[in-house]
Design a protein around this ligand. Structure first.
Ligand code: 8YV
Length: 331
């Protein structure tokens, strides 16, 4: 019969997905789940028909150059494509796909979790008893946080995830504000009672909580620059479940250390997996809550993502346009 396409999968995926990959393709799995080196990725690029990278693999221009004649598809296991040179791939005729939609709700849930955790001092309270704190008993003035409802939430990036955050936050009694390249449909704005801010600066200066939900692109690199972060009110909280490089992290650190903003909930960092010891220190004080990039980390979500990758590969080899093709013009 026809030779099965060689599919190189860079990280360990859920068992059910790996089984299916093996049934359908000549699948090269990463059972150890050790991130592949640049050289190993280069080898995969030269040999494979399909590469399935994840967020931890930087498929940059030098790797795209190494693509062998067989490589036709980069079917990434993830939503963000900031780690892939999509334009370079397109020039070589390599199609790129991602896994949108299926991790929208999970990421929005984690955004809410951080939005609640920081003002309500969840990690401080949770670690108080387990870290040997002696509880003197309940007091009317102890462990007081900040109220969530009635506050203004400013969403930076009103795409799929931003909108899912807005729906949740509205139910929590927050008023919804957003900044986006384009205004969303009037029906969406009405349903969320959302206020559009054309000026990001003006929105930042007036919000109680800011949630970053835009993709990382050259245009959003340090979108929350030192200058813009300085516009935040001293009572404001910042939540980021998108990408670390959208925020100037060293400027944010200074603001937090000098109590110029109230706190931050961060699931992503500028130099993952390295997290600044200064952030760890702030986390121990309860000023920030930091998570190791867990926004979409659910068992169900990972299976959904794997199924999307499978569908994208199969559709491609059936000679059709894969459903989650990423166009270079969209990045
Ligand atoms: C995952 C993510 O870490 O999809 C993304 O863009 O940042 C996360 O959900 C990623 O999908 C794993 O590759």
């Amino acid at each position: 019969g026809k030779k099965k396409p060689l599919v190189v999968i860079t990280r360990k995926l859920p068992d059910a997905i790996e089984t299916r990959m093996r049934e359908l393709f000549d699948a090269r799995l990463n059972v150890e789940d050790r991130p592949m080196s640049h050289a190993e990725l280069g080898e995969a690029m030269r040999e494979a028909d399909v590469l399935v990278p994840t967020v931890t693999d930087k498929i940059d221009a030098t790797l795209i150059e190494q693509a062998g004649p067989n490589l036709k598809l980069i079917a990434t296991f993830g939503n963000g494509v900031d780690n892939i040179d999509v334009a370079g791939a397109a020039k070589r005729g390599i199609v790129v796909t991602n896994t949108p939609n299926v991790l929208t709700e999970d990421t929005a849930d984690m955004t809410m979790a951080l939005m609640l955790a920081v003002p309500r001092r969840l990690t401080e309270g949770a670690t108080f008893l387990t870290d040997g704190g002696k509880w003197g008993g309940w007091s009317p003035t102890w462990m007081l946080g900040r109220r969530i409802w009635g506050k203004r939430l400013g969403i930076v990036g009103m795409g799929r995830i931003g909108t899912a955050v807005a729906r949740r936050a509205k139910a929590f009694g927050l008023s919804i504000h957003y900044h986006n390249r384009q205004r969303v449909a009037p029906a969406t704005e009405d349903a969320l009672e959302a206020t559009y801010w054309e000026s990001l600066d003006q929105m930042l200066a007036r919000m109680d909580i800011i949630s970053v939900n835009c993709p990382s692109t050259p245009a959003t690199y340090h979108l929350l620059s030192a200058r813009r972060l300085a516009l935040l009110q001293p009572t404001a909280y910042l939540v980021n479940t998108a990408r670390g490089d959208i925020i100037d992290e060293s400027a944010l650190l200074k603001l937090l250390e000098q109590d110029k903003i109230a706190g931050a909930g961060l699931d992503v960092f500028q130099h993952e997996p390295v997290v600044s010891p200064r952030l760890v220190k702030l986390a121990k004080k309860g000023k920030v809550v930091i998570l190791p990039h867990m926004g979409s980390a659910t068992i169900e979500g990972r299976i959904d993502m794997g199924e999307k990758v499978l569908i994208n590969i199969r559709t491609f080899f059936d000679g059709h346009r894969p459903p989650d093709r990423v166009l270079p013009s969209r990045v």
